[in-house]
Design a protein around this ligand. Structure first.
Ligand code: NAD
Ligand code: UD2
Length: 311
């Protein structure tokens, strides 16, 4: 199959590309704003398109010409803070380019078998209800969350109105190799790993009792592959997570065991707007055959072993 991954040079996209390249022709469209060409050095230059997903005429022409079987749309402003600082720009990338991609496929790509949109647990906001179900009240607290909600609803609507085979996945806290720890708003496990690796102190924002549903990147890849193979997922939205929650303090203990050492730590004020507990209900994906293969120990062990050898 011919697959297009927008944002394919980033953390999640590079793992999807590495998986699908085995049996498929994979194209990546990425402007390298947060991604790296080196993340996907197994993709040759003919299949790597360095371009902005907002370049509408270019993207439309690409869809028209290549007639992709699968489009996985990940390219986005991924930083919540950046969407708060510059909501007009992030709306163009996160909503307008999604709509343009959907529209280009509707008009010019009769071969499309699946369009996947990367949504986020952010759409749930700070609601108390746990576990988060797809039907749980939506309470977006940032432009990012609104933009992800708009994207997934457009994807769903394009199925309802035009029968486009779309699926939206609400990713929870994804972790694994190649997640960039460089910003204070990077995924907490990539930050904790960097601190352990470099023997630097880790800061818990709040009391460390906050919980998250951390999903290992290989389980995310498994879920995407299942969704692609499953027509019953057309027009649907799913939580992509493990269905289990763990606190930061508990995770810190796991790092100590796997690294066989400890580092110093401190507590600071909780981040404003921080969510205390998060956990997903994953019945929807389970019904399609998804079963997470990695618990937190096996996922962290694989991640840390990789990270130790990575310079
Ligand atoms: P990432 O920053 O590693 O990857 C995003 C990629 O998109 C980068 O390679 C970047 O260069 C590219 N990109 C950004 N703007 C672009 C543009 N205008 N044109 C072309 N390419 C552009 O982030 P990630 O963690 O891999 O996230 C992938 C997707 O998953 C995003 O849509 C993100 O919102 C979503 N998501 C991620 C998580 C998580 O835990 N990592 C959680 C929820 C949702
Ligand atoms: C995730 C997403 C965010 C948004 C949000 C919606 C990531 C990286 N972030 O934020 O984009 O979708 O969900 O709910 O996927 N923490 C520390 N020390 C650190 C860094 C973080 O204690 O050095 C805490 C942080 O305050 C939070 C927890 O760790 O309580 C997880 O932080 P995160 O930024 O990895 O993810 P989250 O769930 O806040």
């Amino acid at each position: 199959m011919k697959i297009l991954i927008t944002g394919g040079a980033g953390f999640i996209g590079s793992h999807l590309a590495a998986y699908f390249i085995n049996d498929n022709e994979v194209f990546i469209l990425d402007n390298l704003s947060t991604g790296h060409r080196s993340n996907v050095d197994f993709i040759d230059d003919a299949h790597f398109i360095e371009e902005d997903v907002m370049h509408k005429s270019f993207v439309t022409e690409l869809i028209k010409q290549k007639q992709f079987d699968i489009v996985i749309h990940l390219a986005a402003v991924v930083s919540v803070v950046e969407t708060i600082n510059n909501p007009i720009n992030s709306q163009s990338i996160n909503i307008d380019s999604t709509l343009n991609l959907l529209e280009a496929n509707r008009q010019y790509n009769a071969k499309l078998k699946k369009f996947i949109f990367a949504s986020s647990a952010a759409v749930y906001g700070n609601t108390d209800e746990l576990p988060k179900q797809i039907e749980t009240f939506i309470d977006p607290e940032s432009p990012y969350a609104i933009e992800k909600y708009a994207g997934e609803q457009y994807a769903k609507l394009y199925n309802k109105l035009y029968d486009l085979p779309t699926t939206a996945l609400r990713f929870f806290n994804v972790y694994g190799p190649r997640q960039d720890p460089s910003s204070p708003y990077s995924g907490v496990l990539s930050i904790m790993d960097k601190k352990f690796k470099n023997d630097e102190p880790f800061t818990f924002f709040g009391d460390g009792e906050q919980t998250r549903d951390f999903v290992y990147i290989k389980d995310l890849v498994q879920a995407v592959a299942i969704v692609i193979d499953n027509e019953a997922s057309n027009g649907k939205i799913y939580n992509l997570a493990t269905g289990t929650q763990i606190s930061l303090l508990q995770i810190f203990e796991k790092f100590k065991l796997i690294y066989n050492k400890s580092i110093s730590y401190q507590f600071a004020e909780p981040r404003s707007g921080d969510i205390k507990h998060s956990c997903a209900e994953i019945k929807g994906l389970e019904a399609l055959g998804f079963k997470p293969k990695y618990d937190i120990v096996s996922g962290l062990t694989e991640y840390i072993n990789y990270s130790k050898t990575d310079k």
